[in-house]
Design a protein. Structure first.
Length: 172
């Protein structure tokens, strides 16, 4: 399959392309020499990859979260979703579409989750709230612009790492 710029789409990109989404990829200069921004590709998808759905994305995120993708590096293997909400919501939006939602928290921080194209809301990091003091103030919800959220270099870096780890998790 060839995209609108005439580039060959490999299988992972093809799944996204056919569903109306394309994988976000940023030049290597943004990440430095230690990160490969290119996704592992093969001619055909692994047997278990078909249609991308919320359950699959949740499983891939759980395998992919780490200290490098957490806000301010505050992460725990006991609570893998800790401080992963913003970059996880960006990955969910990348793979499934929809809107980024943000609200304030009682701790003064913020929390992100998604509204999918069908109108349902998905928050794949809610289990972190059993382990922290702050709670989301859902009455303060606003829709965030993806380009604005990604305009912060640290968010862009963490998002790119998480998206790459999600792509690699497909092979595990």
């Amino acid at each position: 399959m060839v995209d609108s710029q005439g580039r060959e789409r490999r299988w992972l990109n093809r799944i996204m392309w056919e569903s109306g989404r394309t994988l976000f990829c940023t030049p290597a200069e943004v990440f430095g020499k230690g990160i490969n921004p290119f996704y592992p590709q093969s001619d055909e998808p692994p047997a278990r990859v078909g249609k991308i759905h919320v359950g699959m994305v949740k499983e891939l995120l759980q395998k992919s979260w780490c200290a490098e993708t957490a806000t301010r590096g505050k992460w725990s293997s006991e609570v893998p979703s800790l401080n992963q909400c913003k970059v996880s919501a960006l990955v969910v939006q990348e793979l499934l579409g929809g809107e980024l939602l943000r609200c304030d928290m009682t701790s003064g921080d913020s929390h992100y989750w998604n509204r999918l194209p069908d109108g349902s809301e998905v928050d794949l990091t809610t289990d972190q709230f059993r382990h922290i003091d702050g709670k989301p103030l859902r009455e303060t919800v606003i829709v965030m612009d993806r380009s604005y959220v990604l305009s912060y270099p640290d968010t862009m870096r963490r998002y790119a790492i998480l998206l790459q780890r999600v792509a690699y998790a497909l092979w595990e």
